[in-house]
Design a protein around this ligand. Structure first.
Ligand code: ADP
Length: 446
């Protein structure tokens, strides 16, 4: 692999560019007209404009991306997260054009993209799942029967769901049919697929996910867990590793279960197996077949560069890290800094008038922002991730507190004030929070 085309934008485009540079691989940035002066475009060896601002016509435009590969002679494509990263068809088209897709095998992307198929597959491989319907639910009667068996509350979920969308809770039997019909029509509108299924609704779970790496040739390891329970509208806000809720034996057990399942699949590349965790038990919810936003948390506690590994594996290399080589050191926390009002969460695109990032031991900022940069209104509002590492959780929290105080972004609203509040909160300091904690705190403050 000599030249990688980065089919993304923002901080993750820059993250991939950095990994390529360290591997001595040339880089091609692609961008919409709205991103002509983006940081990843400036730093790449070459760049190609692939269309107008709307993602559909640029970052999701497969013919334009293929043309960009052709023009620049790129031999591989890294899709990042979002956009085309979990599009099995895109991976196949690249392979048909003799281009390397830096990601999993298309068949695995396809299975995991359908949550019903995903659940059936991992269950067969020995991973515990949330009790629910065995497959899709089409009839009202079937829904009523399954819900009675698993017990209320139940959750109706879209097979094609993503980004926290396409989910409806039914607290009692009288809500179920309405939840079912609403979820189905919302899923049809959002994803063009009305397949839905039923799951027991867990009332106070934590969200705990396991990072995996496989070489597609039968070897697979886990890199421990991340706790992503701090969420707003099912979207992660703060992630940490290790989880304050797990003990060493739970950690090892879930990690080994997941790694064994990935060996069973002959999984290739980086992936994340997501669980809800309640009263000492894990319940699979989905698998993401891409690099995730919160991957740096794992990098900070393992010292392993996940994007570098993705690229090497895509190039045909075998996994050179054995499970016993993965050593967890200290604690890491990531805050997703969004260009949003810290209380109303209204997007706040615009020009960054002044920008100063924190530094010092154990502080990492993954961001494509800079002073004078204008955040376009067309894309997601993530402007940067602050990741802090400490020898233990207490040191990490104190370091995060001072790093947040150093971070200055003027000219737009950001969620930095929210994090300054969270880091000083006693429940957060005690590690005592579930997936509903943040929403509750925000509601109480409003
Ligand atoms: P998406 O692909 O839309 O992110 P997920 O299946 O990963 O969907 O679920 C997103 C979030 O929704 C989870 O992190 C959790 O907060 C909540 N959730 C999902 N399934 C359940 C469940 N069975 N019980 C309670 N909460 C759930």
């Amino acid at each position: 692999m000599d030249k990688v085309l980065i089919a993304n934008r923002g901080e993750i485009a820059l993250r991939i560019l950095r990994a390529c540079k360290e591997l001595g691989i040339a880089t091609v940035a692609v961008h919409s007209t709205a991103d002509a002066d983006a940081m990843h475009v400036r730093l790449a060896d070459e760049s190609v404009c692939i269309g107008p601002p709307a993602a559909r016509e640029s970052y999701l435009n497969i013919p334009a991306l293929l043309a960009a590969c052709e023009i620049t002679g790129a031999d591989a494509v890294h899709p990042g997260y979002g956009f085309l990263s979990e599009n099995a068809r895109f991976a196949e088209i690249l392979e048909d054009h003799n281009l390397v897709f830096i990601g999993p095998k298309p068949e695995h992307i396809r299975i995991m993209g359908d949550k019903i198929a995903a659940k059936q597959t991992v269950k067969r491989l020995g991973i515990p799942v949330v009790p629910g319907s065995d497959g899709g639910i089409t009839e009202d009667d079937e829904a009523l029967t399954v819900a009675r068996e698993i017990g209320y509350p139940v959750l109706v979920k879209a097979a094609a769901g993503g980004g926290g969308r396409g989910m409806k809770v039914a607290m009692t039997e009288s809500d179920l049919l309405e939840a079912l019909h609403t979820a189905r029509s919302e899923a049809k509108a959002a994803f063009g697929d009305d397949a839905v299924y039923l799951e027991k609704y867990l009332v106070h779970p934590r969200h705990i996910e396991v990072q995996v790496l496989g070489d597609g040739q039968g070897a697979a390891i886990h890199l421990g867990e991340r706790d992503c329970s701090l969420q707003r509208r099912n979207q992660k806000v703060w992630e940490e590793a290790p989880s304050p809720a797990l003990n060493a034996s739970e950690r090892e057990q879930i990690g080994e279960t997941v790694a064994a399942a990935m060996r069973g699949l002959s999984y290739r590349g980086a992936g994340t197996v997501e669980f809800l965790y309640e009263e000492g038990r894990f319940y699979f919810i989905e698998m993401n077949t891409r690099i995730q936003v919160e991957h740096p948390v794992t990098e900070m506690v393992t010292g392993i560069d996940l994007v570098n590994e993705q690229i090497r594996i895509a190039g045909g290399a075998k996994l050179t890290i054995a499970q016993e080589d993965v050593v967890f050191r200290g604690h890491a926390i990531e805050c997703r800094v969004n260009a949003e009002h810290p209380e109303t969460f209204r997007p706040s695109p615009g020009r960054i008038a002044y920008y100063h990032v924190p530094g010092g031991l154990g502080v990492r900022v993954d961001s494509a922002a800079y002073q004078g940069y204008t955040i376009p209104p067309h894309y997601d509002s993530l402007i940067g991730k602050l990741i802090v590492h400490g020898r233990n959780r207490t040191e990490c929290l104190m370091r995060l507190r001072r790093a947040l105080d150093e971070f200055v972004v003027d000219g737009i609203e950001t969620t930095l004030p929210l994090f300054r509040k969270l880091v000083r909160n006693s429940s957060i300091q005690d590690g005592d929070y579930d997936i509903h904690w943040l929403e509750k705190m925000l509601a109480e403050e409003a």
